[in-house]
Design a protein around this ligand. Sequence first.
Ligand code: ADP
Ligand code: MG
Length: 685
Amino acid sequence: MRPDILNPLFVEVGALEGVGPKLKKPLDKLGLSRIRDVAYHLPDRFVTRRAVENLDEASVGEQVVVALTPTEHKSSAGRGPYRVLAQDAVGNICSLTYFGRASYSAKKLLPVGEKRWVAGRIDQYGQMLQIVHPDHVLEQSDDSLQRLCEPVYALSEGLTQPRVAGLVSQALDRLPDLPEWIEPSLFNAEGWPAWSDALKLAHKGEHESARDRLAYDELLANSLALLLVRADNRQRKGQPLHGDGHLRDKLQLPYSLTGAQARSVKEIEGDLAQQAPMLRLLQGDVGAGKTVVALMAMLAAVEAGKQAALLAPTEILARQHFETLRTMAQPTGVEVAILTGRDKGKARESILMGLMDGSIDIIIGTHAIFQDTVTYKDLALVVIDEQHRFGVAQRLMLANKGKQTPHTLAMTATPIPRTLTLAQYGEMDVSRLDEMPPGRQPIDTRVVAQERFADVADGVARHIAGGQQAYWVCPMVRENENEDIAAAEARYAGLKERFGDDVVLVHGQLKPELKDAAMERFASGQAKLLVATTVIEVGVDVPAATLMVIEQAERFGLAQLHQLRGRVGRGSEKSVCLLLRGGALSETGRERLALMRQTQDGFLLAEEDLRLRGGGELLGTRQSGDTPFRVATLEQITQLLPKAHDDAKILMERDGGLDSPRGKAARILLYLFERDWGVQMLRGG
Ligand code: ADP
Ligand code: MG
């Protein structure tokens, strides 16, 4: 149960003054559903404004406050902006420009002929100056306009800066006094502010120490929760499995295991033999050969008379794993089946029966294999592929599926820097596949200017004519999936004119049947060219595909480029990766592409990715989703996580039940950051 002291923070935003049904949606979009979220909606940055007499004193790009008198309102046809032309004290004209619904407020705020104080950033618009969506429009000059430092918040349509600032200020007024959970000596050494002061300071200015404290809180909560899971797991009674090897001996692998694979299998066997359920992460770059390791683990479970399940994040991957594993397992006579959300009716019934009566030994599928309606005879091992898509909470849910807690093997093809491994998988033991299967040729990676598109297309044509296959990854159009898909469809249409039925298209919004059909055509070699958005990023294995074109490669992160490139170079043929770069490159963009040319070591690229993206980023500007954190930036994770993790360990050693005063404070922290699943590991938590 959440401690009462936190209740004011978990009240819905609707409780704040001025939040009606209209604001609900824009707030939801920003993930601001409770008071807590609003208080933690930290500014992206701060602006410093200068009051100027007239526009001659202002320069383009500058944040100013200036008195302007509207002369004309111009609404444009269609989707164009709404412009209010306004004049300064010496007759300069400036356009106050509004897009979308914001134009309604412009009509009221800026009556023609009446002077207003306007605050915002000066931009150049053709011959004219303009201010897009002024931050403030006031009738009277007022101190707030000339504040030296004003927070700038991430917005969504329907919200304005003053609106959000007002909500934040209300939320901050409701902060309870919470006991300190940070270790006193660290707290003093860092000179950090207390929790509620830190939150208030972080909204007021660039208060690094306050931001760090808030980040540290989140990191500490995460580490502590993971350690609680780990401690709980140690006490659980699983089923010790002693596979005797009789099934694995029957495999007819066309290769022998690499040293890293053999070591990982040993480590897994060791875990399976324990009473406490295994919690192990198999980390291995794309193509490192995780599948066979997973198969060995599952066969060991079947040898011990139990069932094993493999959970894949997508339908495509589930099907692919099923095909591969069924073929590999054939000589063993083990029954392998697949179950996804698409299996309905009789087929589904018969799979469910097989799982219940134990005639199916190994089941492959999407999350459908863990629905309540699915019952296992004796599930003893769960393998989760592409682990990073599942959160810890989901992992824990799976743990309750077997009669006893099943062993868990998580696999990820994302080589994660060590610090992030700790953050994501701190509760797990790690096996690293740091050795590639032999015979791989390095991928010839080249950077090509987008203007040479025609040459690239010719190259693809020659490649295909030579009997090989290719991927074509379409540009990423900012973080908008629909636009990505539009771009991919346009590219596909163009390439289809040239390549006809040799081309197929795959993207995230394609109907599953169509997507599978396209993938199948490509995997079977009927189609030669696969045009795709980044949905192919994860797991697809077509060894005959030896060319990859990535458009606008500079827009992708290093880790993502590496993931994509990993689709080629999977067979023994020489592979090529062409990184098409668009216009001007930023410094980091250039460095990223250079690194891609220089190395293929995923762990190294991951560390570099972290370095390149970590520096100087503030919340909101970073890509979300690749860390489990909302407050902590990559830079803060790198600097503070090891400390937080050690601190959590010491606390656990001294007070594993979290009963001391500091332990109790730490419980509050866990709830504050919604790591309740950690607390629930404690009896009576
Ligand atoms: P990933 O780790 O990306 O899941 P896979 O398991 O799909 O990698 O393996 C990639 C390819 O390498 C497959 O075609 C597989 O048959 C092959 N492979 C795996 N292990 C070895 C090995 N020890 N020697 C040679 N080839 C291997
Ligand atoms: Mg794989």
